[in-house]
Design a protein around this ligand. Structure first.
Ligand SMILES: [Zn+2]
Ligand SMILES: [Zn+2]
Length: 162
């Protein structure tokens, strides 16, 4: 039987290999919503579905999707919509992790699940990956948040030498 700690370190190692470098501050709150929405749909998503669910007019949606495609987060699938690139998926995993760590944190300080999710959704785009990883570490790398399972990467303070 493989113990959990060993599996956990394999998991960390794999993620370290697969995760591109980013600060977590690359996308605006609106683009964060787009990427999380497409990620949660798991596969190719129609542009019309994105614009109706996010309540954005179709031309603005197309423009934003083009910007996300140019930046490498997603691909246009002719006649079918868009899907995430590997980088887009890795980034979206971070976005979900950030939301869940921060909302779990808020429920530790008196907010209900609903209040925490709503509150965090308003500012999460401005919290860096480094801070999320430090908070995750100080919370003991929780596996379950208030709105789903929490994934982990190398959640220890990164050293930056310049
Ligand atoms: Zn939530
Ligand atoms: Zn962690």
């Amino acid at each position: 039987m493989i113990n959990n700690k060993y599996q956990f370190f394999i998991f960390l190692y794999m993620n370290e290999q697969n995760y591109p470098e980013f600060t977590g501050l690359e996308l605006s709150p609106r683009k964060v919503d787009y990427l999380k929405f497409i990620f949660e749909k798991r596969g190719t998503v129609k542009t019309t579905e994105i614009s109706s669910c996010l309540q954005v007019d179709p031309s603005t949606t197309s423009k934003t999707l083009n910007e996300l495609a140019t930046a490498g987060y997603l691909n246009h699938v002719p006649y079918r919509g868009v899907d995430l690139t590997d980088m887009g998926k890795a980034y979206a995993e971070f976005l979900v992790r950030r939301h869940r760590i921060l909302s779990l944190l808020f429920t530790h300080y008196g907010l209900s699940t609903e209040e925490a999710c709503a509150e965090v959704s308003r500012f999460e785009a401005f919290v860096s990956r480094n801070s999320v990883n430090k908070i995750c570490s100080s919370m003991g790398h929780p596996m379950v948040g208030v709105c789903g399972e929490i994934s982990h990467e190398k959640c220890f303070p990164e050293e930056h030498h310049h």
